[in-house]
Design a protein around this ligand. Structure first.
Ligand code: ZN
Length: 136
């Protein structure tokens, strides 16, 4: 079993939940996300949606257990730790919180509930990946 404690960097919206689920589905390990006594199976979007009120900055724990747990933690842990902490849409006068919608090797994609969508370049992703792949 491997666990990772982190502070959430964005809100988990439906698109974020689907992104987490599709990433978790690549592995056979059991993957759960916990916050404040609630635990969600990362393979089930509606369970993640129950954590939908999670705000950026919320302390969370990711637990991965199974035969491919190291690779699963590298991938899902990367998703949860990439980018910077963001609690508001960067568009001027927009009060909306934001969700993570996708990411690639080079960029991270975000959106807010007022219809804004934007991308940022990944800066510390390589450091995160290296840290996760090193044996504890
Ligand atoms: Zn916005």
């Amino acid at each position: 079993m491997i666990d990772l404690d982190f502070d959430l960097k964005w809100r988990i919206g439906l698109r974020t939940a689907c992104l987490i689920t599709s990433t978790a589905a690549k592995f056979t390990s059991k993957i759960t996300l916990s916050h404040g006594g609630q635990t969600a199976n990362a393979r089930i979007p509606c369970e993640l949606a129950l954590l939908d009120d999670l705000k950026a900055g919320a302390p969370c724990r990711l637990v991965v257990e199974g035969t491919d747990e190291w690779w699963a933690m590298a991938a899902v842990g990367e998703l949860f730790t990439l980018g910077d902490f963001l609690d508001r849409c960067p568009h001027r006068d927009c009060p909306s919180t934001l969700i993570l919608t996708d990411y690639s090797e080079l960029k991270i994609y975000y959106a807010c509930s007022n219809g804004h969508a934007w991308e940022v370049r990944r800066t510390d992703a390589a450091a995160v990946k290296t840290r996760l792949l090193e044996p504890a």
